[in-house]
Design a protein around this ligand. Structure first.
Ligand code: KG4
Ligand code: ZN
Length: 328
């Protein structure tokens, strides 16, 4: 079964063709990062307009790369939430139109569920129960996964997402957007123990990053001669310490046998190293997906759609988008 997936929830226009929910036949991602960099973050209206321009060529590329035509696909899926309303509408409308033309089912997919499936795409034999740390610019949560469609959110951030904290701190330091990769790079030359930034909500599965962001601002204002590498390293260590504690607590709670990372912040070198250390220290398997599967992509949407279609059937064409959709 071939599923064409479309992802337009934020600032990546993506399309992919996935076979039987496992084999990626093509995965095309067109990033709008350069477009938004001048504003220091994603501008929703700019994102929607760019999706309108890009969605048709990106879908065409995905079909060509997969060596198939629209009439060969068995279903068309799109991410219908959570995300930016205008951006989601573009992908969902395109998917419905293509499904109508091809006379195949349309499947609406939860973006977060997509991120959870990304691990299976690369490693179909991942052992469960697993504890997944999903960390992106919009989300920070620990999820227990027992199998396809079988998951529970164990804890999530009460304010900023971890990626958002990286982006806001980088912006304050004048380092540009997106902030995560720059801070990751600068931190390598810094002393992670130089500044004792706070680790919020110890002992709890919920996380918080807005106080940490404020602490960085206060430190920089009070110390005009600060070393940017030390601030980057100390800030990053505070984020990673907090994330690791949540992941460890969640994994213990559900007796997880594997630890999985997902979302754009999963690219962070320090986070990857520390998750591997935690897995080694506790006798668990760690799965750190390649970057292309961590960040937003449509292969994860098409793969999830395969399981959704089998479990729930097609999504009615009358169903809309849900910008605030949650993982339940
Ligand atoms: O999943 P993603 O591509 O988009 C969504 O937010 O859904 O994640 C983007 C986020 C940004 O906040 C970016 O700063 C962060 O991932 N990020 C990183 C790194 N690379 C990207 N954060 C920390 N370290 C990195 N190396
Ligand atoms: Zn995402």
């Amino acid at each position: 079964m071939l599923i064409l997936g479309i992802e337009t929830s934020c600032d990546e226009t993506a399309a992919a063709v996935v076979e039987d929910g496992r084999v990626i036949r093509s995965s095309v991602v067109s990033s709008q990062v350069d477009l938004h960099a001048q504003y220091g973050g994603v501008v929703p209206e700019v994102a929607s307009r760019a999706h309108v321009d890009l969605v048709v060529p990106v879908v065409a590329d995905a079909l060509v790369e997969a060596g198939v035509e629209l009439r060969d696909v068995d279903a068309v899926a799109a991410c219908h939430g959570p995300g930016l309303a205008g951006a989601l509408l573009v992908g969902v409308s395109a998917a419905k139109a293509l499904a109508l033309v091809a006379r195949v089912p349309y499947v609406g997919v939860n973006h977060l569920e997509g991120h959870l499936y990304a691990g299976w795409l690369e490693q179909p034999d991942l052992a469960t129960p697993m504890a997944v740390l999903l960390v992106s610019g919009g989300h920070t949560m620990v999820v227990a996964v027992d199998g396809p469609g079988d998951y529970r959110v164990l804890g999530e951030t009460v304010d900023d997402a971890a990626g958002e904290a990286f982006d806001k701190v980088a912006r304050f330091l004048g380092l540009g957007y997106p902030g995560g990769p720059v801070i990751d790079r600068l931190a390598r030359d810094g002393d992670a123990a130089a500044i004792p930034f706070p680790r919020a909500m110890p002992g709890e599965l919920a996380a918080s990053f807005s106080g940490l962001k404020t602490a960085v601002v206060q430190y920089v204002r009070a110390n005009p001669g600060f070393r940017v590498a030390d601030v980057a390293a100390s800030f990053q260590e505070a984020v990673v310490d907090q994330l690791l504690e949540k992941l460890a607590l969640g994994a213990d709670q559900v007796d997880a046998v594997s630890l999985v990372l997902g979302g754009g912040v999963a690219a962070n070198s320090r986070l990857r190293a520390r998750v591997q250390e935690l897995a080694d220290a506790t006798g668990r398997a760690a799965f750190l997906p390649p970057l292309a599967l961590c960040t937003d992509n449509a292969a994860m949407i098409a793969a999830t759609a395969y399981h959704r279609l089998a479990a729930d059937g097609p999504t009615p064409l009358g169903a809309g988008i849900d910008p605030g959709l949650r993982l339940t």
